[in-house]
Write a protein that binds this ligand. Structure first.
Ligand code: PEP
Length: 253
């Protein structure tokens, strides 16, 4: 059975104190998770080390929201995978659409980030997803396939099995516009089919594919009930403990 994951992405929100109290609320309200379920919270860089020490529940793991594509060097203001590893960060979001759009990250750079994460034994949460114009032209399958191809297809089967994928249609991120559960399922099945062709069915069936795009407490159960949806990557609703806890409770067992 694939891991079912509720991943929070705080983005550039919350002061340190606000983050502390949100985590405290999450710990207090966290339901008992099955061995098949995980909760991951992607924190802003400055809080990773300190907030990690304040999490007592084994149910919550932290993630970085990004890393640099070089291993080290003269990149003022950037954070490397080696740095994340040195403070035991277990997950890192790679290729969020905001990074692709505002910071012009390319599929080739994302492939480098993936390689660094895997070398450090950090689980990448690899984001893919199409903009509205591509969806309107009905080219979303080809678009997402190219993203997977250019950033992940250099991996071997064992490495690929360590990746978590998040399908996030850009038109649904932070817009309040959610893909219907059927649209999510259709794309997740397509992604799994593409993975199967490239890496075989054992790998394809073992990879968690999360849906992201305006997931809330009120729609999570329906989206997560789809057979190829293995949880969600959540932005806005992850900033409110009550909402995110409802999303966690909606994970399949
Ligand atoms: C995201 O940023 O990954 C995301 C899905 O945001 P939201 O839930 O706010 O749409």
């Amino acid at each position: 059975m694939r891991k079912q994951i509720a991943a929070a992405n705080w983005k550039m929100n919350k002061t340190f104190r606000e983050g502390q109290s949100l985590l405290r609320e999450l710990e207090t309200g966290m339901p008992q998770l099955t061995s098949n379920q995980s909760v991951v919270v992607a924190l802003p860089f400055p809080y990773l080390g300190m907030l990690k020490l304040e999490i007592h529940s084994k149910s919550i793991q932290i993630a970085a929201q990004n890393c640099h594509h070089a291993r080290e060097g003269a990149f003022t203001g950037e954070v490397s995978v080696v740095m994340l590893k040195s403070i035991d960060v277990p997950y890192c979001i790679i290729g969020h659409s905001e990074r692709r759009e505002y910071f012009h990250e390319t599929n080739a750079q994302l492939a480098d980030k993936i390689n660094h994460c895997l070398a450090a034994d950090i689980t990448p949460i690899f984001c893919c997803g199409e903009p509205l114009a591509v969806r309107e032209a009905n080219n979303q399958n080809t678009f997402v396939e190219a993203q997977l191809n250019e950033s992940l297809f250099h991996l071997d089967e064992a490495a690929m099995q360590k990746i978590v994928i998040a399908y996030e249609p850009i038109w649904a991120i932070g817009t309040g516009k959610t893909a219907s559960s059927d649209q999510a399922q259709e794309m997740h099945a397509h992604i799994r089919g593409v993975l199967q062709k490239q890496f075989g069915s054992t790998v394809a069936s073992s990879i968690s594919i999360l849906y992201g795009g305006s997931v809330k407490g009120s729609n999570a159960a329906e989206i997560f009930s789809q057979p190829d949806v293995d949880g969600g990557l959540v932005g806005g609703a992850s900033l409110i403990a009550e909402e995110f806890l409802k999303i966690v409770a909606a994970l399949k067992q």
